[in-house]
Design a protein around this ligand. Sequence first.
Ligand SMILES: [Zn+2]
Length: 336
Amino acid sequence: MLHHSEDAIRVGGVTANPGERACGHWQVGETQDGTPVRLPVVLLRGRQPGPVLYVQAASDGDELNGIAAIHSFLRDVSPNALRGAIIAIPVVNYHAFHARAAHSPVDGKKMNRCFPGDARGTSSERIAHTIFHGAVLQSDLCIDLHQGGVKPMIDEVRVRVDRDHERHGDCMRLAATFGIGYILDEEGPDGQLARAATDEGIPTIDPELGGTHGWDASSVGKGRRGLLNVARAYGLLPGRPRPPDRQYVVRAFTPIRPSRGGFVHYAVSRYDFVDAGQTVATMHTVFGEPVETVAAPVAGIVWSQSVYPMAATGETILTLGVDIEVLDDWDLPREL
Ligand SMILES: [Zn+2]
């Protein structure tokens, strides 16, 4: 169901009339000394009716690339050129963001297991509930920006509903349109926004923009281009999307774990295609001696590696994306 309204858009007390951009804070709770807990909201309402795009970042509070991707994307959007509306919340996990941590220190929860939320639940569940009902449900398309941490992933987009879900094709089309070349198509755990919003009929994707905890210019740039591709393809902005000609879809991950503990000397890098039996790493002891050659059990794409060079027995040192399909000619969305 598309929101073809020409009316003002309102989120948490912030209002943007047709042709306006509005910024403000949305109070979603209080800290223990009564200081308001407020989320930043940016609204852009075009002069013409059209779809509503919702985008959020920092659901895991230390995943910061999405914040920069939203800032950079919105700098290029004039409400006068826009059809429909954009709702952006650059920091959704207030407590975790301030603690520079992934999970909220108030309840220890990962916000991306709390959707659609609970109005009488814990801190993270209440914030998720407020965002979901006050912002996400106003949208036609939803994008939840994430990234890897100390196990950086390739830049990719995740589709988190089951392949039998009635909105699965719409989510795959949105992922291919975002267009950063790699898609994980695998049902995610309960409580993910990419499942909860899709269950409400809103196609949702979870781009993963690289790794580390700082701002990485390459991953941020891919996030910005992905948001522009979506806005253009779905008719919010003029111009044509430019996803890559060839994109890869994987349907599962295979973790690779050494038997010996020690230091990892990688023989491959992220984005490499490896064959079954190919050496991916050599383990060295703390004395510097090689003790184990680690091979890929199956063919796949090197999807993530640890930034730390050391690992204990059984610790995942590398993840392969497996069950690979090539998308040569994915249908872009038709005009909405
Ligand atoms: Zn995340």
